[in-house]
Design a protein around this ligand. Structure first.
Ligand SMILES: C[C@@H](N)C(=O)N[C@H](C)C(=O)O
Length: 201
């Protein structure tokens, strides 16, 4: 699921954030510090993503958000912790370099290495036009986060009836062909995010 903080005012879409925050005048914070209960699985730092390689600009497996978005996410995390869940974060701040990498990848029609996992029903040239990937992403403002729920009882990701960055109908919020339980799980995350000022994308 992807959520953006609604009232964020920071705009830094064309510059990379320094990872050494002690020397950084920007208003960005590390999620590992701001939301210590969150589990980080920074997919664009790994090769397990729709491109199949580490994405440009992801030099460390860290997640950054604006202070405002991170503060709101801490509240989400605290709310959900009471219900036995933790947040699992796949992506937060995304450098423009990374978006440029996605755009370059989308133009290379020969490279379909990860198609069967991430976009089996679609041709890669529709992923930008259909809005699955954005050229001007809220992620590059540090106000948007891709995340799911982790169940502390089962010690597994919660079943949402889909997976991170599955580009297809299954990932649409109004997709009907999922079980009641999967739908309810989606709603638990959605409600917690909406209650704390995020809006779904
Ligand atoms: C690529 C996917 N994780 C994502 O973040 N999509 C939105 C639309 C974006 O690129 O901002």
């Amino acid at each position: 699921a992807e959520f953006a903080k609604t009232d964020t005012i920071n705009e830094i879409s064309n510059s990379d954030v320094k990872l050494n925050l002690s020397n950084d005048a920007s208003d960005f914070v590390l999620l590992s510090e701001a939301v210590p209960d969150a589990i980080l699985e920074i997919r664009y730092y790994s090769t397990y993503n729709f491109v199949g390689t580490r994405i440009d600009g992801y030099e460390e497996p860290v997640a950054l958000l604006t202070k405002e978005a991170a503060t709101a996410l801490k509240k989400v995390s605290d709310d959900l912790k009471k219900k036995g869940y933790r947040l699992k974060i796949f992506d937060a701040y995304r450098p423009q370099k990374a978006v440029n990498h996605f755009m370059r990848w989308a133009l290379d029609t020969n490279d379909v290495a990860m198609k069967k996992y991430f976009y089996p029903e679609l041709e890669k040239n529709v992923l930008f036009p259909q809005g699955y990937i954005a050229e001007h992403s809220g992620h590059s403002r540090g106000s948007t986060v891709d995340l799911t729920l982790f169940d502390m009882n089962t010690e597994k990701e919660v079943d949402m009836g889909g997976t991170f960055d599955y580009f297809g109908l299954l990932s649409h919020p109004d997709y009907k062909n999922i079980t009641k339980e999967q739908y309810n799980n989606r709603m638990i995350l959605r409600e917690a995010m909406l209650n704390n000022g995020f809006k779904p994308l």
